[in-house]
Design a protein around this ligand. Structure first.
Ligand code: CA2
Length: 139
């Protein structure tokens, strides 16, 4: 059985509770249950933190044992050399995911410190971006 982990960055714990016009009205916990039943042949773990160092620790911990990492580093995508370095350093392939189309938003969201080290990038499909990332690991 493939082992995947979704790692979500800062403020994604507010999904479904704030800014539904951008990020939708579903909480991530509800969506995670849908993902788990849809991809029941996969062992799907989940980690969320608002703290950069905790995200780096989790990438290092998961990055030598899991088959794939689905990473939405949220705002740290655009600022964190440390998270980019961690993605580069680990062995497990990382698919970078964003709910919104970051290229149709402010210019500062066009920069990613992760993309160059990711296996691929999926963005702009709402929460479906996570489905597509999981599928990229199982197809
Ligand atoms: O579109 C995405 O998935 C983002 O990674 C989301 C980040 C944003 O900084 C990136 O540019 C694009 C923001 C996540 C914040 O999520 C919230 C959810 C509900 C309410 C407020 C924030």
């Amino acid at each position: 059985m493939k082992q995947l982990i979704i790692i979500n960055g800062p403020n994604l714990n507010l999904l479904g509770k704030r800014e539904p016009e951008i990020y939708g009205s579903q909480t991530f916990d509800d969506y995670l249950n849908i993902l788990k039943s849809k991809y029941n042949k996969v062992k799907l773990d989940y980690f969320q933190s608002n703290i950069e160092g905790e995200l780096i620790n989790k990438l290092q911990e998961a990055g030598f044992s899991y088959d794939g990492i689905v990473l939405n580093a949220a705002a740290y995508t655009h600022t964190s050399v440390g998270i980019g370095d961690a993605v580069k350093a680990i062995e497990t392939p990382v698919v970078e995911v964003h709910i919104s189309n970051t290229f149709s938003r402010e210019a500062f969201r066009h920069q990613s410190y992760i993309s160059a080290h990711a296996k691929g990038v999926i963005l702009g499909f709402g929460l479906k971006s996570y489905d597509l990332a999981i599928e990229s690991f199982i197809l």
